[in-house]
Design a protein around this ligand. Structure first.
Ligand code: ATP
Ligand code: MG
Length: 571
């Protein structure tokens, strides 16, 4: 490929609206352009990278028996109504009408459509298991599109769905998918980690996210320093004993008589802690939620955060949201900030750690007052106690009790055992060995192909630009003739191009009539793994210069051996 004929609009300056390294570099390297918020054009050099990721994903999906299909991006409302998700999906789903006024959405995912396909086409257990996948555009009207193509509204996903006659088969394919994902991200040259993810109300240990480790990641991973346990913090468990070593000071003190104290205008944990001179760990925070239409009061310690996923799971709730001030006032008969569990007429659930608090502080259910020396068990008894709080760094690992460490990650893939969630509500089933109808057991497996491209850059860049993992680079080698007007230089460049192309490499020749400085800068920005520079002076001695993008030094080699040396070094 000749750069003079290639659409590669590189930018010198930092695009002002790019909020991460990868977004900046993708814009600067001419990979993408923004059309509108969360909507991007992929230019030739960007698309080359996307296609390389796609190819790796396809090969590994085929290796585990996946069959590629292509599903519509415009999906009919009626299918989404069958599962109730037309209502549940909310504003992330973009809805539209056709000329007959029939309603559709732009696919944010495809469980409904694929389940519909399989219920029409598959009859018997003999046709199972089945693993179908597609590559395609997904649209989610993200509330805050950001980080370039990492969180865009339109993006490119590989989504796979499996259908099984029994659990054992579903679990076997789930494990195959995890293996395939591991190979995919290894082949992409990424540092990543599979972590346990939240399974919502389905439960079980059958959801894993694949996280690319990067400080700029939006997700937090809690990982054990010794046993290999790793989970999204949203998911990471803390058992009843998790607070054994972290109990608030003075835990052994005797129970004191409860009293009431005026705290005018002071409701927030930090302020109460200061005013009453008690550590936040002795304050019991009272948080109001509405679960499936009913008010619920959750208690966590002042130094902990409530985890909504855990609360939702403990309650078995379908819909959970934080209660507004009105619900708060009605339930606790006081202003927000002054509620507490003592004498509260409500459904109260508490985190394990709350039960270990001795002589704690809570709101008094009376505006401008708190209670001191509150003792769970003596002064109030929650209806349920469970794991409700977010883990914090150094919490004991739920498996082996070693301290947990936190890492930041970018979620690039997600595997989920769905069970009969969709097949059940869509009446999608097969005839089992006994001839009776049984719902498909399903799994789903997604990879954000376009997000992988950005994540790779996020993980591998330097002050000069992108440093591509070789498997994802838009080209394998860049040939950089310094003086394109010099016939000998161009002849040498062409010879190298032919030799490398003959060995199967994708080669880009920078044949632009540009200053050397401009060409070198663009070469570094583009991040192609190998650069061969052809200059008049060295060529007169029969030599060219080879440099790896991720190496400091270059080496001079004879022109007639250059291709061979590069291929050998590349491995
Ligand atoms: P997130 O928590 O980041 O919103 P998600 O849980 O909504 O992700 P899934 O529904 O599991 O994502 O989709 C599968 C994959 O699609 C994700 O692992 C991610 O790589 C990718 N993805 C999801 N949303 C976006 C987006 N807005 N832009 C780009 N890629 C995305
Ligand atoms: Mg999302």
């Amino acid at each position: 490929m000749r750069l003079s004929r290639f659409l590669l609009p590189t930018l010198k300056d930092l695009p002002s609206d790019a909020d991460t390294v990868s977004a900046r570099l993708m814009l600067r390297a001419g990979m993408i352009r923004k059309v509108a918020s969360g909507l991007y054009e992929w230019l030739p050099v960007g698309l080359r990278v996307l296609r390389r990721v796609e190819r790796i994903v396809r090969e590994e999906m085929d290796r585990i028996g996946g069959q590629e299909v292509w599903l519509p991006v415009v999906q009919p409302k009626n299918l989404w109504e069958e599962t109730g998700r037309w209502q549940q999906y909310g504003k992330e789903m973009l809805r539209l009408r056709d000329r007959k006024d029939t309603e559709f959405c732009l696919a944010p995912t495809a469980e409904e459509v694929i389940t519909d396909l399989v219920r029409r086409e598959v009859r018997s257990y003999r046709e199972l298991p089945l693993l179908l996948y597609q590559f395609g555009t997904k649209f989610r009207d993200e509330i805050r599109p950001r980080f370039g193509v990492m969180r865009s509204r339109e993006f490119y996903m590989k989504d796979a769905y499996s259908f099984h006659a029994d659990d054992a088969s579903a679990e076997a394919t789930y494990r195959d998918a995890l293996d395939a994902y591991t190979r995919i991200f290894q082949r992409c040259g990424l540092k990543f980690r599979p972590v346990e993810a939240d399974t919502g109300t389905i439960g079980g240990n059958f959801s894993h996210e694949f996280m690319v480790l990067a400080d700029t990641g939006e997700e937090t991973i809690a990982a054990c320093s010794s046993c290999g346990y790793a989970a999204n913090v949203e998911r990471a468990e803390c058992g009843p004993s998790a607070d054994g070593g972290l109990r608030p000071e003075g835990q052994k003190e005797g129970h004191l008589p409860m009293d009431e104290v005026a705290t005018p205008g002071v409701g927030a944990v930090e302020a109460v802690s200061r005013l009453l001179n008690v550590p936040a760990s002795k304050i019991i925070k009272t948080v109001f939620y509405v679960a499936d239409g009913k008010p619920v009061v959750a208690l966590v310690r002042g130094d902990h955060e409530l985890n909504e996923h855990k609360l939702k799971r403990l309650l078995g709730a379908k819909l959970l949201f934080k209660a507004g001030d009105e619900v708060y006032r009605q339930t606790a008969s006081c202003e927000p900030g002054f509620a507490g569990p003592v004498g509260l007429n409500a459904d109260v659930v508490a985190d394990h750690s709350v039960m270990a608090v001795t002589n704690g502080v809570t709101g008094a259910n009376k505006t401008d007052f708190h209670r001191r020396n509150v003792n769970p068990g003596r002064d109030f008894t929650p209806a349920r106690v469970g794991d409700l709080r977010q883990v914090i760094e150094k919490d004991p690992c739920p498996k082996c009790k070693s301290p947990l460490c936190f890492f930041k990650g970018i979620e690039v893939g997600h595997a989920f055992k769905l069970g009969t969630k969709y097949s059940g509500s869509m009446d999608a089933g097969f005839l089992n060995e006994k001839g009776t109808k049984s719902p498909f057991i399903m799994g789903c497996y997604g990879i954000g192909v376009s997000r992988v491209v950005a994540a790779a850059i996020e993980q591998s860049n330097d002050a000069d630009g992108i440093v591509w993992p070789p498997s994802l680079a838009p080209f394998d080698a860049l040939i950089l003739p310094l003086n394109t007007a010099e016939p000998a230089v161009m002849a040498a460049a062409e010879r190298l191009e032919k030799e490398l192309a003959a060995a199967g490499l994708d080669v880009l020749v920078d044949d632009r009539d540009q200053r050397a400085g401009v060409k070198f800068k663009d070469a570094d920005l583009l991040g192609i793994p190998w650069r061969v520079t052809v200059g008049e002076k060295k060529l007169a001695l029969g030599q060219v210069e080879i440099k790896a993008r991720n190496a400091k030094d270059s080496m001079d080699v004879p022109l007639d051996q250059a291709a061979g040396i590069l291929l050998k070094k590349r491995g």
